[in-house]
Design a protein around this ligand. Structure first.
Ligand SMILES: Nc1nc2c(ncn2[C@@H]2O[C@H](COP(=O)(O)OP(=O)(O)OP(=O)(O)O)[C@@H](O)[C@H]2O)c(=O)[nH]1
Ligand SMILES: [Mg+2]
Length: 329
């Protein structure tokens, strides 16, 4: 079955429920929370429930995979977060020799009363699946203590990692939230690899990704696929035509000489994920804010009309019970 144009991911596997529960139970003994975001989609990879789950614990946002993201946009996001009260944010590359150890100093700054054997620092690391939590932890501890892998859902259980005698980290399984209200976020999370392969339609996600790229990164598309089109012509192609053109160029054909759309979609997604297309960020703070505002407005409207229908129904039942429902007098 095909998903609607913006796929709804109604998805909350069991281990995510457990993670949510584990965070709630653990949070009392935590001194700081590191929220790992994907620098290619900082808004969409931020868990809207996190504030609720972590209460008033000091939080640090890490924009990870900055090596894959557009540096100009990463600067926009950092400025955006830093302008918010009580929020610190840094951009990192957990897989490279970046100044990851600066994070340790950041945690001490966030929770200055902690440290020493009697009061060890306890830091919880959370974020969506596949964003690089375990990689970051391994980099911090200089050891391969946490299992990592290039797919969603590698870490299955909360795990405590000892960084030093007075510094503990908790690695948690990647977590999504029960309902993704902003449709663009669902698409971006799927494109980034945060969502298990079977929970979305690759063709639809690739088409949406191509539309985003046409708008902001047409020259990168041309550089990668050599379609022989000037940037403005490429940007105005129908997404479906663009997919077809890429498929033909890449020889992703099927019997009968037609383009294999599934295979082409996979090529586009792989090229985005590996940054073979170049360094790309799918959203700016302003765009994301506008999407969220629109989504919340649509949601409120839906809720209001649902409430109105329910009210009408119950009023109807009270005042005009159908004859069949009345007891014969
Ligand atoms: N290019 C790049 N790749 C990264 C970075 N950090 C992590 N990765 C890769 O991203 C993939 C996922 O990393 P993990 O550390 O397993 O991610 P996780 O957040 O622990 O994932 P789950 O346990 O599934 O929730 C791996 O293939 C890592 O090598 C980064 O900063 N840059
Ligand atoms: Mg992990």
């Amino acid at each position: 079955m095909k998903a609607p144009p913006h796929m709804a991911i109604q998805w909350f596997p069991g281990h995510m429920h457990l993670t949510r529960k584990a965070i709630t139970e653990r949070i009392g003994d935590i001194d700081a929370v590191i929220e790992v975001l994907d620098a290619r989609l900082p808004g969409s990879s931020a868990n809207p429930l996190l504030a609720e789950l972590t209460g008033r614990k000091p939080r640090l946002k890490v924009l990870n995979k900055q090596d894959l993201a557009d540096p100009e946009r990463t600067a926009l996001w950092l400025a955006w977060y830093q302008a918010q009260d009580g929020t610190s944010a840094v951009a990192l590359d957990a897989s490279g020799p970046a100044p990851v150890r600066q994070l340790i100093a950041d945690c001490h700054r966030l929770a200055p009363h902690r440290g020493g054997m009697a009061k060890p620092m306890r830091v919880l690391i959370c974020g969506v699946p596949n964003v690089g939590k375990s990689t970051l932890i391994n980099r911090l501890s200089h050891k391969r203590q946490a299992k990592t892998g290039d797919e969603a859902g590698v870490t299955r259980q909360e795990q405590r990692i000892t960084l030093a005698d007075d510094f503990y980290l908790w690695d948690t399984p990647g977590m999504l939230w029960p309902r993704i209200i902003v449709p663009e976020s669902g698409d971006h999370l799927a494109a980034s690899g945060a969502i298990g392969r079977n929970a979305y339609d690759e063709e639809l996600v690739a088409l949406q990704l191509l539309r985003r790229l046409q708008r902001h990164y047409a020259p990168l598309l041309e550089a990668r696929y050599r379609l022989g089109l000037p940037a403005d012509a490429l940007a105005s192609l129908h997404d479906e035509e663009l997919l077809q053109a890429i498929g033909r160029k890449r020889g992703a054909m099927q019997d009968g000489g037609q383009v294999n759309r599934q295979k082409t979609a996979e090529i586009v997604l792989t090229d985005f994920r590996s940054a073979s297309l170049g360094r790309i960020t799918l959203e700016t703070p302003r765009e994301f804010d506008a999407w969220r505002a629109a989504a919340l407005a649509r949601d409120a409207e839906r809720q209001a009309s649902k409430d109105a229908r329910r009210k009408a129904r119950s009023a109807g039942q009270g005042a005009y019970a159908p004859a069949s429902a009345r007891k014969p007098g």
